[in-house]
Design a protein. Structure first.
Length: 150
């Protein structure tokens, strides 16, 4: 199946660095996801989708002990706010980029999430339309691997 998606504004990169806007040139397994409880989000049979909370964040500071991990906000270091007004994270799936082991400055918050209208670039994530994500969700599991190719 081929689906249109948005990738990072920095293009596809084999040398991912924090803040470069690049989507990693690699294979990434889906680990688990988040879904907004106040939005209509389809389920998945075998991929864990946790309920997204208003105080969920994701740390993006390389030298912080919680770098590239979920945090509760307010949080002292710079972080991504997961509960968004633009609906991009109504469904947000964590991929295994720089999770275990984590390396400083190698990129954080590389998610599989919903695309903006017009598929404008992401900060390094992979984004699909809501319709395509809903179509795909029932088939996703923690064994699903996304390959980013040039």
């Amino acid at each position: 199946m081929i689906l249109r998606c948005a990738l990072g504004k920095g293009g596809i990169t084999a040398f991912k660095r924090e803040g470069d806007g690049g989507t990693p040139l690699t294979r990434m397994r889906l680990l688990y996801g988040f879904k907004r409880p106040d939005k209509k989000v389809r389920g998945t049979r075998t991929l864990l989708l946790k309920v997204l909370r208003r105080d969920d964040g994701w740390c993006e500071v390389s030298d912080d002990r919680n770098y590239n991990r979920k945090v509760r906000i307010p949080y002292g270091a710079s972080h991504e706010t997961m509960w968004r007004k633009d609906d991009l994270y109504d469904i947000c799936i964590v991929m295994d980029w720089n999770i275990r082991p984590r390396h400083r400055c190698k990129g954080s918050a590389i998610f599989f999430h919903l695309a903006r209208p017009g598929y404008t670039p992401t900060e390094g994530c992979i984004a699909l339309s809501r319709a395509d994500m809903n179509r795909l969700l029932p088939h996703l599991s923690d064994q699903t691997v996304i390959r980013v190719l040039r």
